[in-house]
Design a protein around this ligand. Structure first.
Ligand code: HEC
Length: 232
């Protein structure tokens, strides 16, 4: 009880003092009661430096410096083209069941919405009147494309197809190419291919979706024994 009597006037005096500071200007830096290591003698990225001749705190890396994990020496693997700029002719790894499984899964996620789950070019996007129909992957010209060319289309996009470089890492792009080849080995699919689980027109969805699935697993089986040449 005794303490409370003494504290109240102190709070009142402090409040008065603080209120008195409001509105007045000062040349001094603001009071920083707890420094908390906020100000340190160090360089921060993008700041100026009085030490280096060029006045920048950041140093320019020596020519030819490559960030860790970004040394893409295997040009064919990362671009789909050989050093002489011809397309890589085969897949950079042996096609196994695991490769095809991954390829089928990635294809369904990234290509299926446009090209259809079986690659017939009638993906869900066509229900929404996409102005340019995606190419059917069973067109002769896609059969004729080198593996590296399909890889490049995925990486860079082409005409009305956007690039999938950011979404699909190089390894998965090659997996998808393997799956496209597996689909093509099956020949032209019969039904259009809504995405699995798409709530479309029920008169056709059930059968078409099942067909798509059956076709894919058949394709997977047919490719299991195939090994593709290894390209650099
Ligand atoms: C947003 C829709 C869309 C997605 C997703 C998409 N494509 Fe395409 N794709 C197209 C369209 C549209 C064309 C036709 C482009 C043109 O001729 O203007 C095309 C063309 C192609 C071609 C033929 C290229 C040529 O030289 O004519 C291939 C091969 C292809 N796509 C593969 C794929 C693969 C593999 C994927 C999945 C990684 C994929 N696409 C994802 C829309 C898409």
């Amino acid at each position: 009880m005794k303490t409370r009597v003494h504290i109240l006037p102190v709070i009142a005096a402090a409040a008065l003092l603080l209120a008195g500071c409001r509105g007045s200007t000062s040349e001094d830096p603001p009071i920083h009661p707890n420094p908390n290591m906020d100000t340190q003698e160090k360089y921060v990225a993008q700041r100026a430096s009085s030490f280096f001749a060029d006045g920048k705190a950041m140093r320019t890396p020596p020519a030819g410096t490559v960030a860790r994990g970004h040394l893409h020496e295997d040009v064919g693997y990362f671009t789909g083209r050989n050093p002489d700029s011809s397309f890589v002719g085969g897949l950079p790894f042996t096609v196994t069941e695991t490769v095809l499984k991954r390829g089928a899964e990635r294809f369904t996620i990234f290509c299926g919405p446009c090209h259809g789950v079986t690659g017939d070019g009638k993906g869900n996007i066509m229900e929404y009147k996409y102005p340019i129909p995606p190419t059917s992957l069973y067109e002769q010209k896609v059969y004729d494309m080198a593996d590296g060319n399909i890889y490049e289309v995925i990486s860079n996009g082409i005409r009305n197809m956007p690039s999938y470089r950011q979404q699909i890492p190089p390894d998965d792009r090659w997996h998808i190419v393997a799956h496209v080849r597996a689909l093509q080995a099956q020949g032209t699919p019969v039904a259009s291919t809504p995405m699995p689980g798409a709530a479309a027109d029920t008169t056709q969805t059930g059968d078409a979706a099942t067909d798509g699935g059956a076709q894919q697993s058949a394709a997977t089986q047919s490719m299991e024994t195939n090994t593709t040449e290894t390209a650099q």
